[in-house]
Design a protein around this ligand. Structure first.
Ligand code: AGP
Length: 601
């Protein structure tokens, strides 16, 4: 959600900024712009829509070596050129990621001082406030410092001042910003992919710190304006992870990486022995109650984990979406653990939920993919998923890695709580070992799911149904389909349909019925027969061969222990959603209105 790249160096900067913005496209945006220094002046070029529109307006040969660039995901005001960043007021030009909550009050105050505003954005108010404070302080650093104290909300800022055309200033609070350098200059950026063409070393700017970047140096000032030094972090992933290679879409590439991602995640915590689980998860022993908090797909892994932990480890779990949890009364006690799940590690609501728990002195565990992200750094404990960078907005491999971590946690807690026989533990371990092969097999069966997608892609609505764990799987299947294909797909508990929703079933309405839970399968099948009797088009997804034919299509998935089953169940649903979206010619990797990293509330 919004991407920032800034560069000050000894080489032409427009190509560098543009390729950095391209690398941040995955975050989601609907307009873009660049401010660059040329002939000692700040020049601004902006365009709505995709980066390619901006590209047509840029001179890649221009002899400019300092610039800030931005991709905007509209929050305040439509996606148009006026609202696109950078925003210039007086001497200050700003790009911003985040939301300023008190911008109306600030705008009123500044209007009274004579400032006029062209856009509807909160960002333009920051530029005006900087300009106003600079007139008072007569010093750029002090003006930025004063401004940061007046802003309420979240902000990562790249700032140019026309009185100092050699430097870029950066400031952040609650939204991420990294700094980096290579032989030809220095960077600021929202995320690592923006710098990977030049370096894999980066510094994390901490909350309320200000950085000054020029072609020679990066200087960081702490919240009291004292100069501080931070050590460099190294990104060890492959650069090819953030490239599509021969795949048509990142989503497809990322699904095809799922067996490897599963293996990497398992190998980080489990060497085949229960001892290794104890070493990695031993800290969990003392918690008797768990809250799992997350957004979107990450929340769905929490719904699955609740079912697993309660049924197999006998631990009471409360799962909630972060945007609700952060404002809710929470019934903590001293042995509650709050688990935050996030791919990006920057999701604003999840981060706020983490801070709420910490505020109440409750211990927190982050299950996070992005290394060194805010959620990873602020939690008491971190378990990293090993999915590598995920570029497609629709999460696939990171979701699967989150499920993998939860499976291992369930196995460990079930074991120490004496909930599993040693024979059952041995069987689970055998399944853990054979899973990469089964994941690959399911991916290789893609043609089966594609054929079904070809039959249903023109429908306006699709239902997903299941019970228990399979209802949780349905939630993710439905989200995957709707977010990339724009088809209204909704998940229901199979037994709940007849209390209202079944009235929506018409001739040939697709119903994707998931039934992997042997204990309750007969009940689910009864519900499936109820929709079939109303002429629904039933796609039956199960690890168990049906006794009679009550479906139109059957997706057979491999059967493993329920602790691991959802890892396999989701793969056909991801590939089905992919093909439906492809048939509908949707922008699969960057669906409309969505952002990869949701850094606003
Ligand atoms: C899923 O495909 C979505 N893109 C979305 O629901 C996502 O899972 C959610 O925004 C949470 O993101 P996070 O994992 O980065 O916190």
């Amino acid at each position: 959600m919004c991407g920032i790249v800034g560069f000050a160096g000894k080489t032409k900067c427009i190509p560098i900024i543009y390729s950095g913005l391209e690398a941040l496209e995955y975050r989601g945006y609907d307009s873009a712009g660049i401010a660059y220094i040329y002939n000692d002046k700040i020049n601004i070029i902006k365009e709505k829509g995709k980066l390619i529109n901006l590209k047509k307006k840029l001179d890649f040969d221009i002899n400019s070596t300092i610039a800030i660039g931005h991709t905007r995901w509209a929050t305040h005001g439509n996606a148009n050129i006026t609202n696109a960043h950078p925003h210039q007021v007086g001497k200050f030009t700003v790009v911003h990621n985040g939301i300023i909550e008190n911008y109306i009050e600030l705008k009123n105050k500044l209007s009274k001082k004579g400032y006029q505003f062209k856009s509807e954005t909160d960002t333009e108010v920051i530029s005006a406030l900087l300009d106003y404070n600079y007139k008072l302080e007569k010093d750029i650093l002090k003006a930025i410092d004063k401004t940061k104290k007046e802003l309420i909300g979240s902000f990562a800022l790249g700032i140019l001042c026309s009185d100092d055309i050699k430097d870029i200033y950066a400031l952040r609070y609650s939204s991420p910003l990294i700094l980096a350098s290579f032989t030809n200059g220095n960077f600021l950026a929202s995320d690592i992919p923006a710098i990977l063409n030049y370096t894999n070393k980066y510094i994390i700017l901490e909350n309320l710190e200000i950085a000054k970047i020029n072609k020679e140096t990066i200087t960081i000032y702490n919240k009291d304006l004292k100069e501080v030094k931070h050590s460099y972090h190294t990104y060890n992933g492959e650069k090819s992870n953030v490239q599509k290679n021969s795949y048509e879409h990142f989503m497809l590439k990322e699904i095809n990486e799922e067996d490897k991602v599963y293996k990497n995640t398992i190998n980080s915590y489990f060497d085949g022995t229960l001892k290794s689980l104890n070493e990695n998860f031993g800290f969990l022993k003392k918690y008797k109650k768990i809250d799992i908090v997350a957004c979107g797909s990450a929340y769905h892994t929490g719904v699955i984990a609740k079912s697993l932990l309660e049924n197999y480890a006998n631990i009471k779990v409360y799962t909630e979406v972060a945007s609700e949890y952060r404002y809710k009364k929470c019934f903590y006690d001293k042995d509650t653990l709050v688990i935050l799940v996030s791919q990006s590690g920057e999701t604003a609501d999840t981060l706020a939920a983490l801070r709420k728990a910490k505020n109440d002195k409750i211990k927190t565990l982050a299950i996070v993919n992005a290394i060194d992200s805010s959620i990873a750094r602020e939690a008491d404990y971190v378990l990293y998923t090993k999915a590598g960078p995920e570029i497609a907005v629709a999460t696939t491999k990171a979701y699967l890695a989150q499920l993998t971590v939860f499976s291992l946690i369930t196995l460990y807690l079930a074991y120490i709580n004496n909930q599993l026989s040693s024979k059952e533990i041995d069987n689970i371990i055998k399944d853990i070992i054979k899973l990469p092969r089964l994941i690959k097999k399911e991916i290789n069966n893609y043609q089966i799911y594609y054929n079904i997608a070809d039959k249903i892609y023109e429908n306006k609505q699709v239902f997903f149904i299941g019970r228990g764990l399979d209802y949780a799987n349905s939630l993710e299947g439905a989200l995957k389909l709707k977010e990339i294909s724009y088809i209204n797909s909704v998940a229901y508990q199979a037994g709940e349909l007849k209390h209202g929703t079944i009235s929506l079933i018409e001739n040939k309405t697709p119903v994707i019925a998931i039934a992997t839970d042997e204990v309750i399968i007969d009940k689910t099948i009864s519900n499936i027969k109820e929709v079939k009797a109303r002429n629904a088009y039933v796609i039956y997804v199960s690890s168990i061969n049906p006794k009679d034919i009550f479906y139109d299509d059957f997706i057979k998935i491999e059967k493993v222990h329920p602790i691991l089953q959802s890892i396999l169940t989701i793969i056909p649903l991801q590939l089905l959603a992919y093909k439906v979206a492809k048939n509908n010619k949707c922008d699969i990797d960057k669906p409309r209105n969505l952002a990869k990293s949701v850094t606003v509330e």
